[in-house]
Design a protein around this ligand. Structure first.
Ligand code: GLY
Length: 406
């Protein structure tokens, strides 16, 4: 028997690690069990912080997302201070170009109307949007500009979270497969794993798309295929350069060394990478996320295919066609990488947060398209629940019991 933490978190993705760090900073003794850090949805995401661009309707979900977005500057800066490593947080704004003049419905909730705290959204007409972002398709007739949306480099964030957890003395056990959550009456009494049995006073389920393999919760995978290209340097990189050969690889065997080998490509004077995009483009069924180091992430498909692995030709073809239609210059950019991941989806596409059928098991799963965005608010609100029995009223909307009659 592996004893004993105050709190045992099952799942070492972005949600599990963010929560572990918050709990540890508040004085708890925390253990994280994770099967495979590289498999977590955090690695597969694009890192958009996009409650407005995602067009969430006025709702508790929009409120939750806006609160989380507001936490990002301080949260990432705290993590960077702990570790000395970057997260790539970039409040660059998101531009949402349109091919048709759409209704201009705004996604402002009643709570924000009462408080007067409106998130900023600005409609740009055709001339204004092409001025704002040169190089857009001539089909673009206008679009929304969301200056408060932004992005974080999800892989850098995942690495930083991992480093912070280790530095803070959180016990992270990687390669451990949790096989069963053992219960008696309304209590979890332990977990059975590939590395023996574990016990704690409190348990958290944060296993994303894999959650219903351990507990009867309606969470299932929605596959997303993605790719990245990079902005060509004026003359440095030919397709046959050694870096070019090494940079084409598939997930989930991705290693951080390979990622950084690209980020640290040597630049000589006069060969600075030109960044034609300095904001995220969020179009119809496509997003284009430029990183400051010259990578551009393009995503994502949304497929009900279970855990079927691999990129498909059709999936990548559709992404490329939509991306090139929106920003034609992309057709000249070399492809760097293809990958896929699994979003943890629920029937209403909202996360499952808070209590469970067991008194000492808390749920933090089902974040669907917004796991990166919702990591800090999830960590803060769930830490409040576990350590202080404090329930933010917003959590009522995300309780698992909403599925009881389905
Ligand atoms: N957050 C974007 C996606 O899930 O594709």
């Amino acid at each position: 028997m592996n004893l004993l933490s105050d709190i045992l978190i099952i799942g070492g993705g972005i949600v599990g690690l963010s929560l572990a760090i918050e709990l540890k900073l508040r004085g708890a003794n925390v253990t994280v069990l994770t099967r495979d850090f590289q498999q977590a949805a955090a690695h597969a995401a694009a890192g958009m912080l996009a409650p407005q661009a995602e067009q969430l309707p006025p709702s508790p979900m929009l409120d939750l997302c806006l609160r989380s977005r507001a936490l990002y500057p301080d949260w990432t800066s705290k993590l960077e201070q702990i570790t000395g490593t970057p997260t790539g947080f970039w409040p660059c704004g998101i531009l949402s170009p349109a091919y048709d003049i759409q209704s201009r419905a705004s996604n402002i909730s009643s709570e924000q109307k009462v408080s007067g705290k409106f998130p900023v959204s600005i409609w740009l007409d055709k001339e204004a949007i092409h001025q704002h972002q040169p190089g857009l398709s001539s089909e673009v007739v206008g679009g929304w500009w969301y200056p408060e949306d932004g992005q974080v480099d999800n892989r850098a964030l995942a690495i930083t979270l991992w480093a912070a957890a280790q530095q803070l003395g959180i016990n992270i056990c990687e390669g451990v497969n949790v096989e069963e959550i053992q219960t008696q009456n309304k209590q979890v009494i332990g977990v059975k794993t590939s590395a023996g049995d574990w016990q704690a006073q409190q348990y958290v389920l944060a296993t994303g798309a894999w959650s219903n393999q351990l507990l009867s919760v309606p969470v299932y995978p929605k596959k997303g295929q993605m790719l990245s290209v990079r902005v060509p340097l004026p003359s440095l990189e030919s397709p046959l350069s050694p870096e070019g050969k090494e940079c084409f690889f598939l997930s989930p065997s991705l290693t951080t060394e390979k990622v950084s080998s690209f980020s640290s490509l040597p630049l000589t004077v006069g060969q600075e990478r030109r960044l034609p995009l300095k904001q995220v483009l969020f179009g119809s069924e496509i997003y284009i996320v430029p990183r400051r180091d010259g990578r551009i992430i393009i995503g994502a498909s949304s497929e009900d295919v279970g855990f079927a692995p691999y990129n498909t030709t059709g999936g990548i073809q559709a992404l490329l066609a939509r991306a090139i239609r929106l920003y034609p210059e992309l057709q000249h950019f070399p492809i760097q990488e293809l990958w896929w991941g699994f979003r943890p989806t629920t029937p209403d596409e909202l996360p499952i947060l808070g209590g469970s059928a067991y008194d000492n098991l808390t749920l933090a799963t089902g974040h669907y398209r917004n796991g990166i965005l919702l990591a800090p608010i999830t960590a803060f609100l769930i830490a409040d629940v576990i350590l202080e029995q404090k329930h933010d009223p917003l959590l009522n909307h995300f309780h698992y019991s909403r599925f009881s009659n389905t």
